[in-house]
Design a protein around this ligand. Structure first.
Ligand code: ATP
Ligand code: MG
Length: 442
């Protein structure tokens, strides 16, 4: 962590404590925004369950070497974006995870978890990359990801892509309108090597048009040069030899296998021969879900096959395929697409005009909550007017009014806050369980 961030101590005025701020590019997620997160997370979990993917939770901090070996030394993530540091207490070289796959694979190897066959897993949580914060790009961001380990595909390649499609449908996004799928095949390492030589020759011939980074990477990772966002280099990238033309029969058969399934299930895609993805571990199928609604941060989900990774990290050779999805970008996309996310509001707001009725009110509210009704109670003493104002602002459908006279008669008033045509009614305090369901189903 080299760069100085913005949480320098603010000068202290007499009597005032210095204000602490979050680390630049790392965001707080507060209500009501957090309710949108929970809604989305719930949708993801439900889809994962329907495909038989089980949750895996691994540490946020791993040995730096895991990412260097797993992701590749000449990648943006490892070269420029990783929060790597030394543990002051014991000198261990550690890093905040910049992505999820390496940690999951490490865990699988460490626990010999794949010994009895393939596993379908998903994870979620924060990832860390030291990038320039901007719209759709932060330093702590969140991903959902899936890893299907031990399956050589192409059926499982298609499955993990289809899982995304169901998720889009569940959250109200429309493929074609809100996002689209691009796929490519990166082949195997010998095919990539042949292509690489042709590519380096092409880049060398056009070196005058390359920027400094491209010149530097041309020999170490020329595929990444094609992934350039520099418009001046597009011509060179467009005319470059295409990896697809270097693929042998087996790779093409795999790719065609994935395509045939996507065709059969009516999932539209475009083949983008330039799609390479930013990390070294991919082979064969790679894909991205892209939206036009978020400007240049348009990739909401990306992934592919990584058959060499497990072996590279010290495990038995085992195929794998997966993807990672940026939750912030997904939520932004949902907003841009006009998807209405139900607000997290209580069904009932309890108005408690005086402390004399408090015990009785709380007894009733506990019974309601046990019956599954969500109830927010007015806390502290305030005027009826301000309590009704709060009730209204809470978004609750009903107000329960524990007036002194009613409570003395064993009653409580139920007022519909959103429909003036519904007459106010009274209900018995001792018969909560009889009328709780009427509120729960509101
Ligand atoms: P980009 O090209 O936008 O930098 P990437 O290829 O680095 O993306 P991946 O490593 O494939 O991204 O991560 C998968 C997903 O995680 C991305 O598609 C995106 O939705 C999200 N993501 C990646 N980096 C960030 C970030 N800094 N802030 C927010 N979301 C991110
Ligand atoms: Mg990136």
């Amino acid at each position: 962590m080299t760069e100085q961030n913005n949480n320098k101590p603010v000068p202290t005025e007499a009597g005032k404590k210095a204000m602490l701020q979050a680390v630049k590019g790392m965001n707080d997620i507060l209500p009501p925004e957090s309710a949108r997160w929970e809604w989305f997370e719930e949708k993801v979990r439900s889809v994962m369950a329907r495909y038989g993917y089980a949750n895996v939770r691994v540490p946020i901090v791993e040995p730096t070497d895991l990412f260097v070996r797993g992701l590749g030394e000449v990648t943006d993530v490892v070269e420029k974006e990783m929060y790597a540091f030394e543990d002051k207490l014991n000198g261990d070289k550690l890093a905040l995870r910049p992505e999820g796959t390496a940690g999951v694979v490490r865990a699988m190897i460490e626990h010999s978890y794949l010994r009895d066959g393939g596993k379908r897993l998903y994870y979620s949580g924060p990832m860390f990359r030291h990038e320039r914060p901007q719209k759709g790009r932060s330093r702590q961001f969140h991903q959902f990801g899936v890893e299907a380990l031990g399956f050589a595909g192409p059926d499982v390649d298609a499955e993990v892509i289809l899982l995304c499609r169901l998720l889009w449908r569940e959250v109200g996004l429309v493929e074609g309108r809100d996002l689209r799928l691009e796929i490519n095949c990166l082949g195997q390492s010998d095919e990539r090597r042949a292509h690489r030589e042709a590519l380096i020759a092409h880049l060398t011939a056009h070196a005058d048009l390359l920027d400094d980074e491209a010149k530097r990477r041309m020999h170490t990772n020329p595929l990444r040069v094609l992934d350039t966002k520099n418009p001046a280099m597009q011509v060179v990238a467009d005319a470059a030899p295409k990896l697809l033309d270097f693929l042998g029969e087996a790779s093409l058969a795999h790719f065609n296998g994935v395509r045939a399934i996507l065709d059969a299930v009516g999932l539209a895609y475009t083949v983008n021969p330039r799609l390479v993805r930013g990390l070294d571990y991919y082979n064969l199928t790679v894909f991205e879900w892209i939206t036009e609604r978020l400007g240049s941060q348009g990739t909401v989900c990306g992934g592919g096959r990584y058959d060499g990774l497990i072996e590279q990290l010290g495990g038995k050779p085992t195929p794998g395929v997966g993807w990672g999805m940026g939750v912030e970008r997904m939520l932004m996309l949902l907003e841009e697409a006009g998807v209405q996310v139900p607000a997290a509001v209580p069904t009932v707001y309890a108005i408690v005009p005086s402390t004399g009725v408090l015990n009785q009110a709380m007894l009733t509210l506990e019974a309601l909550r046990e019956a599954g009704v969500s109830v927010q109670m007015h806390a502290g003493q305030s005027s009826m007017k301000s309590q009704f104002k709060r009730a209204d602002a809470s978004g609750a459908t009903y107000a329960l009014i524990f007036g002194e006279d009613e409570v003395a008669q064993g009653l409580v008033s139920v007022k519909h806050l959103r429909d003036a045509n519904v007459a106010q009614a009274t209900r018995g305090l001792s018969t909560v369980s009889d009328w709780a369901s009427e509120l729960r189903n509101a």
